[in-house]
Ligand binder design. Structure first.
Ligand SMILES: Nc1ncnc2c1ncn2[C@@H]1O[C@H](COP(=O)(O)OP(=O)(O)OP(=O)(O)O)[C@@H](O)[C@H]1O
Length: 785
């Protein structure tokens, strides 16, 4: 094949004539085909594939076919159409790049990596869509891009109206770094630039707290000397030193525990300075569910803080200084925060060391304007705070993270908490994962190691010290010891085996490690390979406690408290029936109905089935209906097939899928549908959905089903939606065939939702092994900070 081509400069030619001769030949062949000829063969599809690179109309037609198949979004095609209209001389190859770059956003990537796309082109589209029967398929990207080199593609991206390498206002940005080329839509390139700059500025400006003479003593009060390297103490020290910090760790490694101590530490160091007011600290999480969970655990932990000892430390310090110069400080330092401050920041006590206990969502914190991308707080109207802590930061996408950093005052400190190995947000940008790529080996410089040893009294092992460490490395701590799952926990061991990065291990090694855990006979883990429907039905009804050692009896948690055996959905439906209030009037018996709903919601959190897919018999849609029918068969639910599939019925658990500020419901909230007395018709009932609130005065929000527009039944929940939640017994169902969505991150995220019990279900043996050796390819340019 001849490769006559130009470099696509508008001055050179108006058409990008890559493979021109071949394409012309092929077009001719196709035109000669009789209209009555049967459907296209592989050869004629190959013709379309080549034509798409030389002819804009052909490319648009191909995009159309991809959209019809669900491989590309309508949005992506619309963008390309628009570019083709605005710049008719745009090379088709540039337009193809734009379509694929736009498509990556819908799949979580902020840009298109051209090198990666050329080596695995079919990953650039949503292939294969669930349930596609693949008859008459359009050409695949691998067919379209087969003859292309990186240099060809780079040359085609050279179009002054549409693409530049950064400056200007072209809609596309091409970023060349060494041998890699990435194509961005400008907005996302801009987000990355802003994040880079904001984080780099904060890393340059260290906190005065890092120099405080009080730091080592305060850390000694907050952390017992265990004789081993305490990463939680290290995390607190580094976070106090830097204006930007990350604390990452798996489930139960003590992220919340650490951050509560960090807040006490920061407030103590602040009060030791002569002229400072208590810090204004805000806590936030990306979803309502995650915020509620942090709220709960923080409230529990704040009471265990050694506040008296920290206050004593402050008093001693003040007393030891020049009395006259410090007398004012003494009184002010230890003076409780005033009422207004307490109310504004919801601090826990009237102590001077004011620790906030209320967690808000990021949308609320920034002041989201419904239906726009804009927030009330931004660079021109920054947030009024000194410290912002964001939990579950792995779920924050690049757009939201940029909005947060833009709205943060320059002097304010940002601390991100999260599990770097979890699935990233479904929106574009795996910010936490990207920033933590080097967290495993720490890469602390000798200078940081020396400072840490002084602050914490702990020398760092040489493995974590690297003279080439980058500034960002110095602000990240990875917590490495799970306090919830010890070496006797199958959940913990499985998480660890799955989480070994594939580049360190051959797939067979990983399979072996995973299978060893599955076969070991851990008390909290059951591995189920489906051979018939009965086992799955039994699991969702009863939880199959008989499959666990001792029927799940006799286990205790790390604090010695007994763990109840695993349950299925019968558990909450029993509570629904057994504890139904007898009150005739919903209003007069409000407390009784609230207590009932509260007990029911708590019982619901004992079991959750998670799955990977949305569609098909192994996806949320198929499983929801199947489980509802199974529960009806057990006389635990009632309703026709139609009602169970599309309507409302008592016992229906629902998941909120979009924030609704009017109803005060957040994406991720779970509610349960209940029949309560109808105030207008005595003796009759009506359905209302009970949602938990964080308001002790009004613990349940009762909502009429007709007001709920973005909810879905949640007998089965996707792993993506389960992020930020945790269930006593989690059952993770993997479908029988491998699918691009099944990755190590997905399986890890699913199994770490389990608090006490995990049932891992393989619809067909072997899928788990395949899934755990496939990693999400995170494509972004967030590196080198
Ligand atoms: N250093 C420690 N020593 C003993 N127990 C600890 C320690 N740190 C945390 N814990 C306990 O371990 C459990 C998990 O801690 P925590 O909730 O802080 O972890 P986490 O990383 O925030 O968990 P997750 O996000 O998975 O819910 C808690 O019960 C906590 O009291």
């Amino acid at each position: 094949m001849s490769r006559k081509r130009t470099n696509g400069h508008p001055g050179d030619t108006h058409t990008f004539d890559l493979f021109d001769d071949t394409a012309a030949e092929m077009r001719e062949q196709r035109e000669q085909r009789e209209p009555s000829e049967p459907t296209p063969t592989a050869a004629t599809e190959q013709v379309s594939a080549y034509l798409a690179l030389s002819d804009t109309a052909e490319l648009l037609a191909l995009c159309e076919r991809w959209v019809a198949r669900g491989w590309l979004r309508d949005l992506d095609r619309a963008l390309v159409r628009f570019f083709a209209m605005e710049a008719p001389d745009a090379p088709p190859l540039l337009l193809l790049g734009a379509a694929l770059a736009s498509h990556q956003l819908g799949r979580g990537h902020v840009c298109l990596d051209l090198n990666a796309t050329l080596s695995a082109p079919d990953f650039a589209l949503s292939l294969p869509p669930e349930g596609d029967d693949l008859t008459d398929p359009p050409p695949l990207p691998s067919q379209v891009l087969a003859p292309l080199t990186l240099a060809d593609w780079q040359a085609a991206l050279n179009h002054p109206l549409l693409a530049s390498d950064g400056p200007g206002n072209t809609p596309l940005v091409v970023s060349n770094n060494g041998n890699t080329t990435k194509l961005y839509l400008r907005r996302y390139w801009q987000y990355e630039q802003t994040l880079h700059q904001e984080i780099a500025h904060r890393l340059e400006a260290m906190n005065a707290d890092g120099e405080s003479a009080l730091l080592p003593d305060a850390l000694t009060i907050l952390f017992d000397n265990t004789g081993t390297l305490d990463w939680q103490k290290t995390a607190c020290a580094l976070a106090a030193r830097n204006r930007f910090g990350i604390i990452t760790g798996g489930p139960g490694t003590g992220k919340t525990t650490t951050v509560v101590r960090l807040l006490a530490l920061l407030q103590t160091l602040q009060l030791a300075a002569p002229d400072d007011q208590p810090l204004r600290i805000r806590l936030a999480a990306p979803t309502g569910k995650a915020a509620a969970r942090l709220n709960e655990s923080i409230a529990g932990q704040v009471n265990n803080l050694p506040i008296d000892q920290l206050e004593q430390l402050l008093t001693n310090r003040v007393m030891s200084e020049d009395e006259t110069r410090r007398s004012a400080t003494k009184t002010r330092s230890l003076h409780p925060v005033n009422k207004q401050f307490e109310e504004r920041f919801n601090t826990v006590s009237s102590s001077a060391i004011a620790i906030p206990t209320e967690v808000t969502t990021l949308h609320r914190l920034l002041g989201a304007h419904p239906d726009t991308r804009h927030f009330r707080h931004n660079a021109a109207n920054p947030l009024a705070l000194d410290v912002l802590v964001i939990d579950e930061a792995s779920m924050v996408d690049i757009e939201m993270m940029t909005a947060v950093l833009r709205a943060l005052p320059a002097q304010a400190q940002l601390v991100l908490l999260g599990d770097k190995d979890q699935l990233a947000s479904v929106e574009a940008g795996a910010v936490l994962g990207d920033l933590c790529r080097r967290a495993e080996a720490a890469h602390y410089t000798p200078e940081t190691a020396q400072w840490l040893e002084h602050a914490t009294g702990q020398p760092l092992p040489p493995d974590y010290i690297d003279a080439q460490g980058q500034p960002l490395d110095q602000a990240i701590t990875m917590l490495r010891v799970s306090h919830r799952f010890n070496e006797h926990s199958g959940i913990g061991q499985l998480a660890q085996a799955i989480n070994q990065p594939s580049h360190n291990h051959r797939p067979e090694e990983k399979h072996q490690a995973v299978n060893q855990v599955l076969r070991h006979g851990y008390p909290d883990l059951h591995h189920l390979t489906l051979t018939d429907d009965a086992a799955l039905d039994k699991l969702v009804i009863h939880g199959s406690p008989d499959k666990f050692i001792n029927g799940g009896e006799g286990r205790t948690d790390h604090n010695g408290a007994p763990i109840a055996p695993p349950t299925g959905y019968r558990h909450y439906l029993n509570v629904l029936n057994a504890q139904r209030p007898r009150g005739e009037s919903f209003e007069e018996s409000a407390d009784a109905y609230n207590d009932w709903a509260d007990a029911l919601l708590s019982a619901y959190s004992h079991f959750q089935l998670l799955c990977a897919l949305r569609k098909g018999p192994w996806g949320v849609e198929g499983l929801n209906l199947r489980i509802a029918k199974t529960l009806r068969h057990e006389k635990l639910l009632y309703g026709s097939d139609f009602t169970l599939e599309k309507g409302w019925y008592e016992g229906r658990p629902v998941l909120v899928t979009q924030n609704d500020y009017g109803l005060k419901l957040m994406n991720g909230d779970i509610g349960i549908t209940l029949a309560v007395p109808d105030p207008r018709t005595p003796g009759k009932t009506l359905l209302r959905v009970a949602f938990p609130t964080s308001d002790p005065e009004k613990p349940i929000r009762w909502v009429l089903p007709s007001r709920l527009h973005a909810v879905e039944t949640v007998f089965a929940m996707t792993v993506h939606k389960s992020q930020g939640s945790e269930f006593k017994h989690t059952a993770l169902l993997l479908p029988p065939t491998i699918n691009p969505i099944l990755t190590r991150e997905l399986v890890y995220t699913g199994i770490t939702r389990a608090r006490d019990w995990l049932t891992l279900i393989e619809a067909k043996r072997g899928v788990m092994n395949e899934a755990v050796t496939r990693e999400v390819m995170r494509v972004s340019g967030l590196e080198g900070i």
